[in-house]
Write a protein that binds this ligand. Structure first.
Ligand code: ADP
Length: 442
């Protein structure tokens, strides 16, 4: 390696695509989150519980030992390194295990929903019986395998436990019988297995529909899920989980889960109060570059994300920074999910402290950074201010009571008007920052 060779750019794209970068689809972003996440996400949001029978006592448990669980399962849980129930598990598990109701539960990805329903399935099945007693519908092949892994880990000490996967490539012959107690799969294959009489839905005691929000976004899955659901007996416990909870999910949930208990996160008003927001005037893209490099020392103290509007700008910027020997990573739309996950994982491990990206990374993928730079202000197709994206981008900083910093590059009058609109929309102040005086934000 030549001495003066610039640091290598992580995953430099070749395409010079000037197109507006679409945010990830729900399916991609959900998968990405699953791939990245290896521990519980802490959230401070309150849960809201709507009980079917409001007179029945509602209690939450602080320890797995307080739940009516077989000792094999307790061993499995502790063996996975879980010390105590997560917030949603505290509230959902006593209901799910003691007085099996139907349930709709919503909370963000990574908060312990999967573990909660896996435990429910495992505590209901009888390993002496060799037919499917619990089924779980997942919107993707990969998710089905991940859920299965959780079942296998948690159920490790249950003698005779078997799991089957109704996913593409796993065909069954007509009238074969499946000895597994748990079947996890995607709706199409699951339906095929029931049509071939390999799966008797009348005997199923727990039905789980996971990631309902992704499910209804996927062509055909909603109808297939409804068809599967309609063949279940009315003694079957039905559970539906979702990371988000908008009207379309709710409508579907209520269609499929009758008389549910509902657990969901209280909507907390997202505020940008604890984020210091600034703007810097830079009339040209070269001026933006200059401002950014002046900022680099501040940027790389913690971790920073720089948002550009197009792939082309993002890759130009990352390349130029690399040529000038700044260490940055680039994440943009032409990468597939596993490449993205690899870059985000490196960033999470702080192997790179500065990430240049586009809208592909505006939602939830990165947990915490100290600084967000809007190299280009977020605007939609019609170049109108995109408040939601502004919120998602700068919401990456200033989490959990820590204060964060966001810097907006403004190059003309139109940008200035956009900025004013963000101020008005969120009731915030975006202060002028003198490029000569970055010390002020440190
Ligand atoms: P969700 O289904 O809401 O996305 P998961 O159940 O997959 O969340 O949990 C997210 C991560 O946290 C997983 O790696 C899981 O093993 C872990 N986890 C779940 N419950 C607990 C717990 N009670 N204690 C510690 N880790 C947990």
């Amino acid at each position: 390696v030549k001495k003066d060779e610039p640091p290598k750019l992580v995953n430099a794209p070749s395409a010079a695509d000037e197109n507006y970068e679409q945010p990830l689809t729900q399916e991609e972003s959900s998968l990405l989150k699953k791939m990245l996440r290896d521990k519980l996400v802490q959230n401070n949001q309150e849960l809201e519980v709507q009980q079917r029978d409001p007179s029945s006592p509602l209690y939450s448990v602080k320890s797995f030992d307080d739940l009516p669980l077989r000792k094999e399962l307790i061993r499995g849980i502790y063996g996975m390194g879980f010390n105590r129930p997560s917030k949603i598990q505290e509230t959902a598990l006593p209901l799910l295990l003691c007085n099996p109701p139907n349930m709709i539960a919503q909370s963000q990805s990574g908060t312990g929903k999967t573990a909660a329903f896996v435990l429910t399935m495992l505590s209901r099945l009888d390993t002496n019986k060799h037919y499917p007693q619990c089924i779980c519908l997942s919107p993707t092949y990969e998710l089905a395998l991940q859920t299965g892994k959780a079942v296998e880990q948690m159920g490790k000490h249950l003698q005779g436990l078997q799991v089957a996967y109704a996913i593409r490539g796993n065909h069954v012959q007509r009238n074969t019988s499946i000895p597994a107690q748990i079947v996890i799969g995607t709706p199409g294959t699951m339906l095929d297995w029931t049509r071939k009489a390999a799966l008797d839905l009348q005997k199923v005691e727990v039905f789980v529909l996971d990631e309902a929000d992704v499910m209804i976004d996927t062509q055909g899955f909603k109808d297939q899920s409804i068809r599967i659901h309609s063949k279940l007996s009315n003694r079957c416990q039905m559970l539906l989980f979702s990371a988000t909870y908008d009207d379309s999910v709710m409508k579907f949930a209520e269609q499929i889960i009758s008389q549910p208990n509902i657990i969901k996160l209280k909507r907390n008003e997202e505020t940008l109060d604890n984020i210091k927001q600034y703007y810097v005037k830079c009339s040209t893209v070269d001026k933006k570059y200059e401002s950014l490099t002046n900022l680099y020392n501040v940027l790389s103290v913690g971790q920073a994300i720089i948002f550009c509007h197009t792939r082309k700008t993002a890759s130009w910027l990352a390349r130029k920074m690399c040529e000038d020997k700044y260490v940055v990573a680039l994440l943009s739309g032409e990468l597939d999910v596993s490449q993205r996950a690899a870059i985000l994982r490196r960033f999470k491990e702080a192997k790179e402290r500065v990430l240049v990206t586009t809208n592909v990374c505006s939602r939830g993928d990165v947990e915490q950074v100290t600084l967000v730079v809007n190299f280009d202000l977020p605007v939609d197709f019609n170049r109108r201010p995109d408040c939601e994206t502004y919120l998602h981008r700068i919401g990456r900083t200033g989490r959990f009571g820590k204060s964060g910093v966001a810097i907006n590059f403004v190059s003309n009058e139109q940008d200035m008007r956009i900025l004013l609109e963000f101020q008005e929309h969120f009731g915030i102040k975006i202060s002028y920052l003198d490029t000569g005086n970055y010390a002020e934000i440190e």
